[in-house]
Structure formats: structure tokens, C-alpha cells
Design a protein around this ligand. Structure first.
Ligand code: MF3
Ligand code: CO
Length: 253
């Protein structure tokens, strides 16, 4: 499948979808506190997306049963919301997608529940920063691998490792489009050129320990193989001649 370059109209709808996805992430973030169930957070995400005139992209995607992925502590991504109650000190990754008039916004973030250890807060901050270090290179004429290197160099310098089994992706009329956007550099692999009008989701998944992960029996939840903490940060962005435009921006990003 080829990389899709978006028209001005597509981009306008991507902005609208992105704003809704970012709003849903904020709704989730504001609910994170000890005692709340992950299912309750998912429910509010669902209502916010519907009320905004959009559809929750994840619901039913490949059989996924919820509107948000909520992944706690050593869970990396794709945690299924349920009766689990958040505890003081948990770190909570929330990933949401909204489809508005045929276009998708996809974003994620990891947030502290109550008081967290300095170690956990450092991981959250470094994961978020690794996204920004990556998108410094996200501009027309550069390559996808320039973004990957920016993410990887920063996160590894902080002593962390980057998940390899899951990657960022093109985003548009479908949640997952070409190209893949890895968070590590694969030497000897050609990497697509970035072009104005491309929209991609850049999403570092950063482990405090090793990069290896495995999938739980539920068929979805991805956890670190060594049980170390993991954090996730994602925005959908537009490639331009200058700085990338973040489509899933929110005030409390
Ligand atoms: N945001 C995730 C991604 O970028 C998608 C969640 S998977 C789903 O791939 F199945 F829940 F949709
Ligand atoms: Co994504």
C-alpha cells in the first residue's frame, strides 16, 4: 500500500478528528485517580467521542472490545478496560482514536495516578520528550528514520529502551496506513522520504528495562517481558515545509 498525501480538505477533517481524539485523552487524564475503574474511564471516552459527532475508532477494530486502550504500569499498550481499580502510584497509559467524517485522529499519553515514584515520573516525562525530540526531524525532505533516530537517541540516553514489536504509522482515512514509523533505527533498511501533506502517528513506547514485550492470554494486552514500567506517548501529526503540525494537540498535552 502506498503512502497517501492528504488534500486540504482531508487535512481540515484530520484536524477536526484530531481535536476530538485529544479531547478524549484529556477526559481520560482528568479521571485518573485512586479507586476509579479503567472501565469507567473507557465509558467517558466513549461518550465524549460520540457527543463530539465522531465514532470511537478502536471499538470493534480487529475485534477490540473498547473505545480506549488503558495500560497500567508494566502494561505497554492495548490494555483492555475492565473492573481493575487504579491505585495510588500507578502509571496509566491511555490510547484513544476518533473517526470524524471519515478521518482518524489517534493519540495516547501516560499519566500518574496520585503520587508516583520519581522513577515513574522520570519515565513519563522522558517518553513525552522523546516524541518531541523525534518530531524535530519531521519535515518535508527528511526520512522517517530521522524521526526514529531522534526518538531513540533521546530515550536511550535517558537509560531507557524502545519497544520494537510495535511501531507508529501513517494515519488518515484508515487508522493504520503506510508508512511504518519505528521508534528505533533499522540499519541497512531504506526509509521513506517525508513529504508535505503526509499525516503520521508518532508513538514512542518506552520501557524502563529491556525492549522485549509479550502479549497476555487475553490476546491484546502487551506487557514488558521483564516486568519493568512502560510509558507511551502519541500524537497524529501533519508533515509540512516547516515544523510538523500536531493534529491531536490539547492545552494539557
Ligand atoms: N492507537 C493504537 C495504534 O496506534 C491502536 C489501538 S489498537 C485497537 O495502533 F485495536 F485498539 F484499535
Ligand atoms: Co497509533
Amino acid at each position: 500500500m502506498a503512502i497517501v498525501i492528504k488534500s486540504e480538505r482531508d487535512i481540515d477533517l484530520m484536524r477536526k478528528a484530531g481535536r476530538i481524539a485529544a479531547g478524549a485523552r484529556s477526559v481520560a487524564r482528568q479521571m485518573i485517580e485512586p479507586g476509579v475503574t479503567t472501565k469507567a474511564i473507557n465509558k467517558e471516552v466513549f461518550h465524549f467521542i460520540k457527543k463530539s459527532g465522531a465514532e470511537p475508532t478502536f471499538l470493534g477494530y480487529g475485534g477490540y472490545p473498547a473505545s480506549a486502550c488503558i495500560s497500567v504500569n508494566e502494561q505497554v499498550i492495548h490494555g483492555i478496560p475492565g473492573m481493575r481499580r487504579l491505585c495510588e502510584g500507578d502509571i496509566v497509559s491511555v490510547d484513544v482514536g476518533a473517526t470524524f467524517q471519515g478521518f482518524v485522529g489517534d493519540c495516547a499519553g501516560t499519566f500518574p495516578c496520585g503520587q508516583c515514584s520519581d522513577e515513574a515520573l522520570r519515565l513519563i516525562a522522558a517518553t513525552r520528550q522523546s516524541f518531541f525530540e523525534g518530531i524535530r526531524y519531521a519535515r518535508h525532505g527528511n526520512r522517517i528514520s530521522d524521526i526514529s533516530a531522534g526518538v531513540q537517541n533521546y530515550a536511550e540516553a535517558q537509560g531507557y529502551s524502545l519497544v520494537r514489536d510495535y511501531v507508529g504509522h501513517g494515519v488518515g482515512a484508515k487508522m493504520h496506513e503506510d508508512p511504518e514509523v519505528p521508534n528505533y533505527v533499522q540499519h541497512g533498511h531504506g526509509s521513506p522520504r517525508l513529504m508535505k501533506g503526509m499525516t503520521i502517528a508518532v508513538e514512542p513506547m518506552v520501557n524502563a528495562g529491556g525492549w522485549e514485550v509479550r502479549v497476555l492470554q487475553d490476546g491484546w494486552t502487551v506487557i514488558t517481558a521483564d516486568g519493568s514500567l512502560s510509558a507511551h506517548y502519541e500524537n497524529s501529526i501533519l508533515i509540512t515545509d516547516g515544523e510538523a503540525e500536531i493534529l491531536t494537540m490539547a492545552d494539557d498535552l
